[in-house]
Design a binder for this molecule. Structure first.
Ligand code: NAD
Length: 356
């Protein structure tokens, strides 16, 4: 249990999917929370309303942009810890507006780090980075095996991509998040800020407002529930190690708790080899879960798309002593159940069973 002093925890992007799940857990543990969010992602107001309803005395929203240096500095001054989630989150929109992506993801992160440096207190900060910092991994020479791509190297196939993999930023989003990731680590090195980085694979789960641009597991389920077609960009054999948000929240909280040991380090965080699934397999499972046919269409590959990404999670598991990840079928069933509830759809008994 993290000691609760009376200062609040700051969550930038706290109305977003991962941020609101972290806020929920922290508030349940008795912490006060500053939710700093520009509400720029459509639908996230619902997450903020949900938090305020549950914890009216503990949640203070600050509706502001991380590009606003002064406002962010004021929020950071009060904080006893920071979870930095706010971002332009999609590769697609980074390609259409790279300057906006840069300003939010890199300048916004620098605004936060420098505010903490200037306040002169060692406030722990955990940054939400991405596996996109490793690029498209094209050199691994993937082969199609059954429903999904796989690397021919047995050790990589067995364990996934470790933190030793060289950085290789692709797309403006990869560059802005990757540069921010490096700034966070360097503020630990140069200024002694207690800071760590979690490079995440695909996170999915309840309260995800998935769209075609980002949050694809929820997006696929939403499309299926609304009887709309799903477009797979590429051949659909791409493999991802998906992780339930409850496990991601565990990792963030542990990272704060153990910041004295892990400061200055970056860790890969995903579902690992046990939760690696191809897009096609996932759609097939969703159709079974929902008991309906899903209309799948195909389009060209998207820029920077990895044929396969599976995180080697051994380092983070060791450092943070994490429990095993929720099996992907169970987590996806839980998300489907939640999405059905939101739409007042009757859930199928098989679905409820799969979510247990
Ligand atoms: N979800 C994933 O699978 C995943 C994977 C890798 C990395 N990440 C990173 O994790 C973090 C959280 O992702 P998420 O899935 O919860 O996304 P999200 O879009 O649900 O949350 C991001 C939040 O940031 C807010 N925001 C955006 N621009 C802002 C700005 N300029 N100022 C203040 N607030 C702003 C949005 O309104 C939103 O509430 C992001 O940094 C993202 O890059 C997510």
């Amino acid at each position: 249990m993290i000691p609760a002093d009376r200062r609040p925890v700051l969550i930038t992007g706290g109305a977003g999917f991962i941020g609101c799940n972290i806020a929920d857990r922290l508030a349940r543990e008795g912490h006060d929370i500053l939710i700093y969010d520009a509400l720029s992602r459509p639908g996230v107001e619902a997450n903020l309303d949900w938090l305020k309803e549950r914890y009216s005395d503990q949640i203070t929203p600050i509706i502001a942009d991380i590009r606003d240096e002064e406002e962010l500095s004021r929020a950071a001054r009060e904080a006893k810890a920071v979870f930095h989630m706010a971002a332009q989150v999609a590769v697609t929109t980074s390609l259409t507006d790279p300057r906006d992506d840069f300003e939010i993801n890199l300048r916004g992160t620098l605004n936060l780090l420098d505010a903490l440096r200037l306040h002169g207190r060692p406030t722990p900060v955990i940054f939400a980075s991405t596996n996109k910092v490793y690029g498209d991994l094209a050199d691994l020479d993937f082969r199609l095996e059954g429903q999904g791509y796989a690397p021919p190297d047995e050790a990589v196939a067995a364990h996934g991509i470790s933190e030793a993999r060289p950085l290789d930023f692709h797309t403006p989003y990869g560059c802005s998040k990757g540069a921010a990731d490096q700034y966070v680590l360097d503020y630990a090195r140069s200024y002694g800020l207690p800071a760590a980085v979690l490079r995440m694979s695909c996170i999915y789960g309840v309260r995800q407002m998935g769209t075609e641009d980002q949050g694809w597991v929820a997006h696929f389920l939403i499309r299926a529930l609304e009887d709309e077609p799903i477009t797979l960009y590429g051949d659909g054999h791409q493999v991802r190690d998906i992780l339930d948000v409850s496990n991601a929240v565990d990792a963030y909280l542990r990272a704060w708790q153990r910041i004295g040991h892990i400061s200055g380090h970056a860790f890969n965080l995903g579902g690992g080899p046990a939760n690696a699934v191809s897009l096609r397999e996932l759609v097939t499972y969703m159709a079974e879960l929902l008991g309906r046919q899903i209309d799948v269409r195909f389009d060209d590959w998207r820029a920077g798309d990895q044929r396969w990404f599976v995180a080697d999670t051994r380092a983070i598991r060791r450092a943070l002593d994490l429990s095993p990840a929720v099996p992907w079928r169970q987590g996806v069933a839980r998300l489907a159940e939640w999405l059905c509830e939101c739409r007042s759809l009757r859930t199928r008994p098989e679905l409820v069973e799969a979510a247990q």
